[in-house]
Design a protein around this ligand. Structure first.
Ligand SMILES: Nc1ncnc2c1ncn2[C@@H]1O[C@H](COP(=O)(O)OP(=O)(O)OP(=O)(O)O)[C@@H](O)[C@H]1O
Ligand SMILES: [Mg+2]
Length: 353
């Protein structure tokens, strides 16, 4: 049985449904991200787990116990908010200690726990500094230490890294994952950053408009998105309008540009017109006249490890990522062919369902 079980939880504010029949089972020690656009209900869901908001419907079970009606301070849940919310007049160590003040612990026990938490986030040498004397990344680690010092059964993180610059964010992500694994703590991370969710999570729950759209391992969701919302939210995506000729099981025969192709297809595609979704890194540039599609290079941008091409085709603009293995012999305005493996494409409904 799962450790954390959110059963049909909903939250309405007046007539507005912010979270709608949300179901999620999380195993002990698992790292799950809630990923979705701004306003889709991520923070609201997290606050219901934390006990700061009461669900309008549904149940929150942890370790087989119903926590739905239990006050926040009796749930033993660690939380890190987007704004670090450190007390400016307290040192790093005092901020961490604050989590323990409310709990019954002797002075010695308390000191030991604070030392351990600060050590875990590599801040032992900074224990006596005030927040304003710490960098953004260090403040964020104090907030993390304060959340884990209580040895919580669940760690909730609400966009904890959104204030950090790109390099620091990447370092923190690796550090967070290593601390989480070391402690084996069940963790829910809220983010609207798809790369962060993919890099950190055992599983991702993709949300839209208060509902879960798809739950799965990062790779599964990326390669097999349930619909066009998920495929476009997780990474870049080329969408080619095709005519569906025939569907048989998980394969479909589709027609575009005067040719037929047999491609993987999800259940639920029923219309005559559908999208063929192809990731930019799955497309190869070939000589003019030899592609599944033909186009002209509009722009070419260097990203260090890959080149990004924007290509104009009769079926709309295509994005192509080419690994930087050699200086390319293509230039803007060149006519090129676009090819991909049929199995790398996915057939999806045109509407997001
Ligand atoms: N107290 C409230 N009263 C009324 N509406 C609210 C309240 N709290 C949240 N909402 C609404 O519920 C929806 C979900 O809000 P929520 O904060 O959960 O979004 P989110 O997914 O965390 O977004 P973001 O990525 O911008 O933080 C939003 O439309 C928001 O305006
Ligand atoms: Mg939020």
């Amino acid at each position: 049985m799962s450790f954390l079980n959110l059963q049909e939880i909903s939250k309405s504010f007046g007539g507005f449904v912010a979270v709608d029949q949300f179901n999620l089972e999380v195993d002990k020690g698992e790292f799950v991200s809630l990923l979705g656009p701004s306003g889709c209900g991520k923070t609201t869901t997290l606050q219901m787990i934390a006990g700061f908001l009461d669900p309008s419907h549904g149940q929150i079970m942890v370790g087989g116990e119903d926590l739905t009606a239990r006050p926040a301070n009796q749930r033993n849940i660690g939380i890190v908010f987007q704004s670090y919310a450190l007390f400016p007049h307290l040192t790093a160590a005092q901020n961490v200690a604050f989590g323990l003040e409310m709990r019954k612990a002797t002075q010695g026990e308390r000191q030991e726990k604070i030392d351990r938490a600060l050590d875990l986030v590599h801040l032992s040498a900074f224990r006596d500094r005030y927040p304003k004397q710490l960098s953004g990344g260090q403040q964020q680690r104090v907030a993390l230490a304060r959340a884990i010092v209580i040895e919580p059964t669940i760690l909730l993180l609400d966009e904890p890294m959104s204030n950090l610059d790109a390099k620091l964010r990447e370092d923190m992500q690796l550090e967070l994952r290593s601390i989480q694994e070391k402690l084996g703590i069940t963790t829910i991370l809220v983010t609207h950053d798809q790369n962060e969710a993919m890099a950190l999570s055992d599983r991702i729950a993709v949300m839209n408009e208060g509902r879960i759209v798809q739950v799965g391992k990062p790779h599964e969701i990326y390669e097999d998105p349930a619909n066009v919302f998920v495929s476009s939210f997780l990474g870049k995506n080329n969408l080619l309008a095709v005519e569906v000729e025939d569907i048989s099981g998980s394969k479909a025969s589709v027609r575009f540009n005067g040719q037929s192709l047999t491609v993987p297809c999800r259940e639920g595609v029923t219309n005559k017109e559908a999208w063929l979704s192809i990731r930019p890194e799955k497309v190869q540039l070939t000589d003019k006249g030899s592609g599944l599609l033909e186009g002209q290079i509009k722009t070419r941008v260097f990203f260090g490890n890959h080149w990004l091409y924007q290509i104009e085709t009769a079926s709309g603009e295509f994005l192509v990522y080419s690994q930087n293995t050699a200086v390319p012999n293509t230039a803007p305005r060149d006519a090129v062919g676009l090819n991909w493996q049929a199995d790398d494409a996915r057939l999806l409904n045109m509407d997001a369902s």
